[in-house]
Design a protein around this ligand. Sequence first.
Ligand code: CMC
Length: 428
Amino acid sequence: MAKTAQLIIDGKTYEFPVIVGTENETAVDISDLLEKSGAITLDFGYKNTGATKSAITFLDGDKGILRYRGYSIEDLAEKSTFLEVAYLLIFGELPTTDQLNKFSGDIKNHTMVHEDIKKILDGFPSSSHPMGVLASLFCAQTAFYPEALDPNRAAEGVYLSIVRSLAKMPTFAAWAFKNAVGHPVNYPDNRLDYCSRFLKMLYALPAEDYHVDPVVADALDKLLILHADHEQNCSTSTVRIVGSSKASIYSSISAGINALWGPLHGGANQEVILMLEAIRKDGGDTEKWINKAKDKNSGFRLMGFGHRVYKNFDPRAKIIKKAADDVLKKLGVNDPVLEIAMKLEEVALRDPYFIERKLYPNVDFYSGIIYRALGIPVDMFTVMFAMGRLPGWIAQWKEMRENKEPIGRPRQVYVGQKLRPYVPIAKR
Ligand code: CMC
């Protein structure tokens, strides 16, 4: 028998269907609550609110499970490539060789960026944070490909926008960095794979015969896979909600880039390294910093710790910790902040404050250490996250569109002034 839930308001009982997902996740469907009862739900930060049904990513925060389209993140990180995972997320199945060749070939055909977009880049001061530049350049595509503004675009047109997004993202990302250092930009070298192409645009100096280290390219590919989707988080929900107004894919994803930028979301990876460096400069006393994080008056949080959904180890953090160790060894890098990170983790994991609140290292705790070892500048860390998250945003935008979801429009409980008469300025 179908399960139902009952809600009693002012003695009157209302009944609602209970929806159960593939992995037995349970939700009370309150779609007609307002209509039936005149009441709404209130849930700051949407901590208990499901905004959609999705078939893309499964996450069990208590068990530390993350799966894309049913495949475990551990399996994908070990055996797959970023473009294969992008295809899986966006189109629902792992690609055959032919499908993958076509997909990566289409992406290669669109890596160049219109020269006039470069003029927009030239308008940014070198002090601009690369995330702001990235969001702006990404959104600027609406001006260069106005057909993407058509909300009823046919599937082939949507495919083209998807390919353009994936193709140009590394070019925009590398250019945002070149702008920050005041260097001329590099153009994409289509003989290279996705990550190597990006790394060459990022690092090569003019007239330099630059060779990408495969260890670096492989490590970056793995990091992008780990970041590729994470169901309904702040930036992904932003992409879906902007897209629900039938705004273009480029504006929806640009909004997601902006949402990701904040230090409580993707911006945390940059903050982690700044924090670890500050601890090192301060003498490396991890206990002192743990105490600071526990003191609510300090305003300081242990960056890279805690997660809205994971109340167990973030599975991505486990993979990244091992990858950080491998990459540092392979590249022969001895980063003193890795030692501080491990000490901090050890102290936090046996501290009752962190145990009681189930605060574990998250994906951002060790990713910054790898980025640093790969030579990626701190300001670019969140850009790397955005590059990785792009297929997830695309998949979620596409799913929202194909499900014909209604425009996102939350309600509120008004707590302001009641009606009052206007007071002329002389009498205030
Ligand atoms: N350091 C110290 N205390 C913390 C931390 C932390 N990093 N995170 C949470 N707490 C405490 C918090 O003060 C609260 O304590 P109390 O119950 O005594 O008031 C309790 O733990 C619950 O915290 P919350 O802020 O209600 O939890 P949330 O689910 O709203 O926030 C979070 C999740 C990720 C924003 C938060 O843990 C945080 O600020 N972490 C640091 C930033 C960070 O690493 N963000 C990256 C998240 S992973 C990448 C991504 O997906 O975006």
